[in-house]
Write a protein that binds this ligand. Structure first.
Ligand code: PXP
Length: 248
C-alpha cells in the first residue's frame, strides 16, 4: 500500500503573494498530518519563491511524520540539508523561469557529481531520492550513484490525453519494475489529482506518492485536513479497474 507525502509549497505561494506571514505552511503541515499525511514535502528553491529557510527550520522541529526536502543539487542546498537533516532529500532539476519542476533529473550526464552528493547526504543519515523520468538509462544511472530511492516523474501521465494515458501508465509500471529490480525503492509524483491518482497508487511496489497542487486546491473548498484525508483514502485503497482510455 502506497503512502502519501503532502507537498505544501502552495501554502507558501499564497503567503509570498503578499510577502506577509499568513498562511503559515508550518501550521498547515500539522493539519496535513492530522488528515493522515505520511510525510510533508517542501521544495526550498534557490530563488526562495515560496518556501523560506525559516519554514524548513521550523518544519524540521515540528513535523512528526517525515520531512522530505526537495532541492537542487547545489552546494548551498547540500549545506542546508546537512545542517537541518530532513528525513529525505529529493534532488530535482531547477530552472529559474519554470512555473514548477518541469522534467526529471538528467542523472546519466551528471552521475559523478550526483554520486558524490548522494554519498555525503547518506553518510549523514539522510535518505536520498532522485526525481527522474521512468527511463531505463536514467534508472541505471540512479543506481550507479548509490542512491536508494527514485521518485518517478508522473507529469507525462498526468498531462496525457485520455487515449494516451494507458501508454504512459505502462511506462511507469515498467519503470517501477526496473527500478526495483535494480534494488531501488520507488516513489512518484507531479501532476497527480483526485481523478488520476488511483492507477499510480495501485502500481506494484510503489511506496509513496508526493502530491501538492490538487490537495491545496481542494483544501480551499473543504479544508486541508479533509482534502488530505480524501486523497489518502484513494492512495491507500485505489480501484484496480481504471476507466481511462474508455472515455467517449
Ligand atoms: N514531486 C516533485 C519532485 C515535485 O517537484 C512536485 C512539485 O513541486 C511534486 C512532486 C508535486 O507535484 P504537484 O504539486 O503537481 O502535485
Amino acid at each position: 500500500m502506497a503512502s502519501l507525502g503532502v507537498n505544501i509549497d502552495h501554502i507558501a505561494n499564497v503567503r509570498q503573494a503578499r510577502r506577509t506571514v499568513e498562511p503559515d505552511p508550518v501550521s498547515y503541515a500539522l493539519l496535513a498530518e492530522l488528515g493522515g499525511a505520511d510525510g510533508i514535502t517542501v521544495h526550498l528553491r534557490e530563488d526562495r519563491r515560496h518556501i523560506q529557510d525559516r519554514d524548513v527550520e521550523l518544519l524540521r522541529a515540528t513535523v512528526r511524520s517525515r520531512l522530505n526536502l526537495e532541492m537542487a543539487a547545489t552546494a548551498e542546498m547540500v549545506a542546508i540539508a546537512l545542517r537541518l537533516r530532513p528525513d529525505m532529500v529529493t534532488l530535482v532539476p531547477e530552472q529559474r523561469q519554470e512555473v514548477t519542476t518541469e522534467g526529471g533529473l538528467d542523472v546519466v550526464s551528471q552521475a559523478g557529481v550526483l554520486a558524490e552528493l548522494v554519498g555525503r547526504l547518506q553518510a549523514a543519515g539522510i535518505g536520498v531520492s532522485l526525481f527522474v523520468d521512468a527511463d531505463p538509462a536514467q534508472l541505471d544511472a540512479c543506481c550507479a550513484t548509490g542512491s536508494r530511492w527514485v521518485e518517478l516523474h508522473t507529469g507525462r501521465y498526468a498531462e496525457a490525453e485520455w487515449s494516451q494515458q494507458p501508454q504512459q501508465l505502462a511506462r511507469l509500471i515498467e519503470g517501477t519494475a526496473i527500478a526495483r529490480s535494480l534494488g531501488l525503492r520507488v516513489n512518484a509524483g507531479h501532476g497527480l489529482t483526485y481523478q488520476n491518482v488511483e492507477p499510480i497508487a495501485a502500481i506494484e511496489g510503489m511506496e509513496e506518492l508526493n502530491i501538492g497542487h490538487t490537495i491545496v486546491a481542494r483544501a480551499l473548498a473543504v479544508g486541508l485536513e479533509t482534502a488530505v484525508r480524501q486523497m489518502k483514502a484513494l492512495v491507500q485503497n485505489p480501484r484496480r479497474d481504471p476507466l481511462f482510455g474508455q472515455r467517449p
